[in-house]
Design a protein around this ligand. Structure first.
Ligand code: C5P
Ligand code: MG
Length: 302
């Protein structure tokens, strides 16, 4: 038995014994036959209707004993902790559920590259990779690779979403990006510089990524009107082999871009984290504007 429990047990028992003594004064009375009886002895009850035995002390002992035994048993199995009245009790709160980003922005730089389908994101990223040594990750390319991967449990789902120009559930895309980034970061001593192209296309993708992977430095946004983008995509469709480079899919992708992806750009714009570049000119001209736009970020002045 634990020491405090033992004390508790003896204190309670001591209190009960105190109630048993002093022994109540004995009163004597005579039976009709003349024999003397003391109260508490067997014999005729002098006060009919009143129990001659004092049962309450026994009931008290039994209750205290049973209670102490239960407390002792519970303290042994850990379900009862003897209250510590000497130190103030700190309320025990559940640990906060926190999704800590996997990478630190000090080691891992991320630039999101956004723009409508056919805005020229891929073309501009290739130029940036050559000049600034970025790693280019296209969310669309990663999804297409996963769709083709034998045994992928998401293959069919990705295929359906891409054909309809819909946004694939963010868990899939964020995980593919995180895996691809981790591979590069692991090989580069914990560091990396990424252009993440075609991402985040929806607010939940942005939130999930910044919560669980890393906070992005800024968004590079390519702005082009739909007629220019349509012309480029139809041309690309002649050779790309992509299931979504046809007029019907392109129209759906435009609608999704305006309704779902533009709010993401606007949110980053409100935070002062967007470099907006007009993307209607030839690639070389657009690239000049890109360099001018990103310079303050590259130099760490933003
Ligand atoms: O960027 P890209 O045009 O290659 O994307 C092709 C398709 O991949 C999109 O229309 C969409 O269905 C899917 N996608 C997505 N989420 C992203 C990027 C692409 O669901 N962040
Ligand atoms: Mg692309």
């Amino acid at each position: 038995m634990s020491r405090p429990m033992c004390r508790l047990f003896t204190q309670r028992l001591g209190a009960s014994s105190a109630r048993l003594s002093p022994t109540p004064p004995r009163t004597f009375f005579r039976s009709p036959a003349g024999r003397r009886f003391a109260s508490g002895e067997s014999g005729p009850n002098p006060n009919p209707g009143q129990n001659p035995f004092k049962v309450w002390p026994f009931v008290a002992i039994t209750l205290v004993g049973t209670g102490s035994y239960i407390l002792m048993a519970r303290s042994r199995d850990g379900s009862y902790v003897t209250p510590d009245i000497t130190t103030p009790q700190t309320p025990r709160l559940p640990a906060p559920k926190q999704d800590t980003p996997r990478f630190s922005p000090t080691n891992v730089t991320v630039v999101f590259v956004l723009g409508g389908p056919g805005a020229g994101k891929g073309t501009q990223c290739a130029k940036l990779v050559d000049e600034y040594n970025f790693t280019h990750l296209s969310a669309g390319d990663l999804l297409r690779a996963e769709q083709e991967r034998p045994g992928s449990e998401f293959g069919e789902l990705i295929k359906d979403y891409i054909r309809d120009g819909k946004i694939v559930p963010m868990e899939v895309t964020v995980q593919l990006l995180e895996n691809a980034m981790a591979e590069v970061v692991d090989k580069s001593g914990g560091k990396g510089k990424f252009l993440i192209d075609g991402f985040p296309r929806k607010m939940d993708q942005a939130e999930k990524f910044e919560e669980s992977v890393v906070k992005a430095a800024f968004v590079l946004f390519f702005d082009a009107p739909e007629d220019v983008m349509m012309e480029r995509l139809v041309k690309r469709g002649e050779t790309s082999g992509r299931a979504d480079d046809n007029v019907e899919s392109i129209r759906k992708r435009f609608r999704v871009f305006v309704e779902t992806s533009m709010p993401v750009v606007e949110r980053f714009e409100k935070e002062g984290r967007v470099v907006r570049v007009k993307a209607t000119q030839k690639p070389e001209k657009v690239y000049e504007d890109v360099k001018r736009g990103i310079q303050p970020w590259i130099e760490g002045k933003r």
